[in-house]
Design a protein around this ligand. Structure first.
Ligand code: P5A
Length: 440
């Protein structure tokens, strides 16, 4: 992408409305724009990051055996009357009427709709287990939308829903998602701690929130320090291994970790003081097992091996991609801007041409831009006439992991400078050496 032809509206000043660093940096880097309170557009740079986050979420959902579909944002009120949640959900639910005065709502979550899909097609235990997910916008009319896309009214959610014949099978489905979540957050460069959690309006009695520690987090959390040393399940994890997954779950839930709603002060105080962690955190995921809460009233039943009909045992599993983007920034930035983990960086490399119009600088820059592009890299080519200082500041602000600086003096020797955004380390090398290193 040539910067001169891209749309990346960088702000020079710090926006006054932004209280936390991720919100400030997302606005300054031209990643998002607020359209109404708690409702955002994702501008091209932000959209690139969001897409990469979603890709990792998808890969890990698919690996665990979940299957993607797409449900609509608008739902009929009737479905929610069947489960009994239409009246319970309160003011957070945005209620709409169509031209025939039929009540609709902008979905805050999809338990009812997926249960409706399930009951329409699945009649036998032989089609289980089943886990269906989608990545779709949700709307919750939050009292206090704030911190940009961290807590917005319209937001993206990956929500998965599992269906099983028995509670025992449903716990295995729960464990699959638990492991998929550990892997997903690790690939996003985050260390998320699963914590026992309150189930709120979703319901059920078995639930974990995945929390990343950050001073600006909205949740108060209490945990044992040991989490930092736990091993992330590998890519070859066998998701059909019931005992194996249970062992991973048991390990990760063996030490104390709870949000303030579920906090047990006595259990926490029993931990040696030096091992106690009392901090703030951001909830990036939340998983639930709620048995037959929806299947029973909505008649989602399957025939079991005994020939009788049984309401299915269900769970639901949420991740917030539009919250994850600022959460990653909270965890990884410095005074100059964002530092993206390579896995979600909007571009892999930024090529900074210090003197567009200079024949040698142009030739080296174009060669590198084309060569890395051919090697499948996402490259941003700063071919603008901006001053050097502006170019460096922009590159640091948008946090691309590697910068290649091409100035007239070194270019005359066929050399370029490669800078690591995270460490600040710089190295001068030939264009070929840079190409070999970065194309790999
Ligand atoms: C689980 C999937 C649910 O809604 N039903 C379907 C269950 N869970 S949840 O905890 O309420 O939300 C899941 C995740 O969505 C993100 N999230 C938000 N992100 C941005 N702004 C919001 N206002 C918001 N509300 C929820 C969180 O990551 C949460 O863990």
């Amino acid at each position: 992408m040539r910067l001169s032809r891209y749309f990346m509206p960088i702000l020079k000043e710090n926006p006054k409305e932004a209280e936390i660093v991720s919100h400030r940096l997302m606005l300054r880097a031209g990643m998002i724009r607020q359209q109404s309170q708690g409702i955002y557009s994702w501008l091209p740079l932000g959209k690139r990051v969001l897409d990469k986050v979603n890709r990792i979420i998808r890969e890990e959902q698919d690996r665990s055996g979940a299957i993607e579909l797409l449900m609509p944002t608008l739902q009929s009120a009737e479905l929610w009357q069947e489960s009994g949640r239409y009246d319970d959900y309160g003011k957070e639910m945005l209620r709409i009427k169509d031209r025939q005065e039929r009540p609709l709502l902008y979905g805050p979550t999809n338990e009812e709709m997926i249960t409706d899909i399930f009951r329409s097609y699945i009649k036998s235990y032989k089609n289980l287990p089943l886990n269906l997910y989608h990545i779709q916008l949700k709307f919750r009319d939050e009292i206090r939308p704030r911190f940009g896309t961290m807590r917005s009214r319209e937001f993206l959610m990956k929500d998965a829903y599992s269906f099983d014949l028995t509670q025992q099978d449903a716990i295995h489905s729960y464990n699959k998602m638990f492991v998929a979540y550990l892997r997903t957050f690790a690939r996003l460069g985050l260390r998320a701690i699963p914590m026992r959690a309150d189930t709120g309006p979703i319901g059920g009695n078995h639930s974990h929130e995945f929390i990343i520690l950050a001073e600006t987090g909205e949740s108060e959390v209490f945990s044992h320090k040991d989490f930092v040393n736990f091993e992330i399940p590998s890519e070859d994890t066998n998701f059909d291994d019931v005992a194996g997954l249970q062992a991973i779950f048991d390990k990760w839930t063996s030490v104390y970790a709870a949000t303030s709603e579920m906090h047990d002060a006595a259990a926490f105080d029993a931990i040696p003081e030096s091992d106690r962690l009392s901090a703030r955190g951001i909830e990036v995921g939340h998983i639930f097992y709620f048995g037959t809460k929806y299947s029973e009233p909505m008649g989602a039943k399957v025939q079991g091996p005994d020939g009788k009909e049984h309401p299915v045992h269900m769970g639901s599993y949420g991740i917030g991609p539009t919250r994850l983007v600022p959460a990653i920034i909270e965890a990884s930035h410095d005074e100059n801007g964002i530092i993206w983990p390579a896995s979600v960086a909007p571009f892999d490399v930024v090529v900074i041409n210090m003197k567009p119009g200079d024949e040698t600088c142009d030739r080296l820059s174009e060669n590198l831009y084309a060569g890395l592009g051919k090697a499948g890299k996402d490259v941003l080519y700063d071919d603008t006439d901006d001053r050097a200082g502006t170019k460096f500041a922009t590159a640091d602000l948008i946090g691309v992991p590697v910068q290649v600086i091409i100035g007239p003096r070194s270019a005359a020797n066929g050399e370029v400078e490669v800078k690591d955004r995270k460490t600040g380390a710089r190295e001068v090398m030939t264009l070929e050496a840079a190409m070999n290193r970065l194309a790999g």
